[in-house]
Ligand binder design. Sequence first.
Ligand code: UDP
Length: 491
Amino acid sequence: MAEADHQLKLVFLPFFSTSHIIPLVDIARIFAIFGVDVTIIATPANAAIFQKSIDRDSARGRPIRTHTVKFPFSEVDLPEGIETFNADTPRDMTYKIHRGLSLLKDQFEQLFQDYQADCIVTDMFFPWSVETAAKMNIPRLIYVGGSRFAHALGHSIEKYEPHTKVESDTDTFVIPGLPDEIRMTLLQVPDSLRTTNEFTYMMKAIKDSERKSFGSLFDSFSVLDGAYLEHYKKVMGTKSWGVGPVSAWANQGEDKAKRGRAKVEEEEGWLKWLNTKTEESVIYVSFGSMNRFPLSHLIEIAHGLESSGHNFLWVVPKKQKGDEGFEFLEEFEKRVKETNRGYVFKGWAPQLLILDHPAIGGVVTHCGWNTVMESVNAGLPMVTWPLFAEQFENEKLLVDVLKIGVAVGCKEWRKWDDFPEEAAVTREEISKAVALLMGDGEEAKERRTKAKELSQEAKKAIEAGGSSYNSVKEIIEEIRSYKRGKVMHEA
Ligand code: UDP
């Protein structure tokens, strides 16, 4: 067998935030399904987020492993175990995690060499890795978090600056150069595009590395935002593939229940409760892995859900020292238990399993892309409540293009941990949006039908011959052919 035809070795490096780790590890696991030899690099606490899935895959005979690297706690003055960005991360420690991460660069580079990677697949937040790959003469694939649609909006806003031509920050403007007519307001634009700050430079470095990469990977599929794949290739000038929905593809059967940190004893309570509910009668409410709302917001959500007239399962993060409002939540929980109207889930919910339960009929989401893809796959319409990152752009896709979303009416982009004193959305707005989504009006029915159609398309995309399935095969072929070219050149 020629050297280039040997089993390909791919090394994956996820970023240290829960919601970037989850999809990139799923992508790594998909490549292992195709027989590619896969190594994932992570520090111990980050590896703990997904290790059980890797153990199961490995027991199934798939060529996949994790290589753990110790996090440099003492060098950056962090307590052991604080090495992930999520809702539990003490806010004053995030910059130290960034510093620790930068100290690991040499070790990461050494590991790419040691594992004799034929290709590295690294998160967008590691722009330096494109130079590493160039030095090693191997391709780098960049994993871009978020949707291709949001990427296109961000790109056009940066290029044409339509937000600088409006008179007020609530006037809408059309974003030029896109396949659809999309309108936004200045307040909805991420601050790295509105002003020039540290993040603006970071995003520029990411884009620069993206253009130099062999190609980019998105958790998406062709029917969802295929027009934006073509658009992407044109404006970025690089290859790109949609390989989603990655969670549905990588997590089948028991993987769904066991993904992440779901605990069995918590599963039982919610499951028993959901089992008492009729089909599509419950709305699932979650704001992702980073969110910790202040009390004012929790109060509005609680009242809004209660007065919506619909059943709900609401996920809130576990109480932390200094958190206000848990007495309020406990009382609320007691009350809705008595009326059998709602279930408050504290901690890390088994989201994939919940979304698949027949009693769930809709989702309230902050439009984090993973949750959007998981809800699309489950065939669920969404109430959209964007908060930070590219979530306002994702809202436009759901509400204006795909027409499977109802906007709750959140008006202003904020940093992920910076909330206004007063809740950004009122209880009346929440209750109204939930009632619209879960009700039986014509539009609600149409949204449900569209969401179910998209779910069918999502499932087709990952079957043999589907768009995402073909993408993964094509990527493997392209890496193989790169390797062949290299071997011939070196011979
Ligand atoms: N998630 C989960 N249980 C929770 C909260 C979140 O399994 O209690 C998962 C969710 O399924 C998704 C990810 O965490 O895969 C959240 O990612 P998303 O992009 O939706 O939001 P972010 O965390 O980036 O704000």
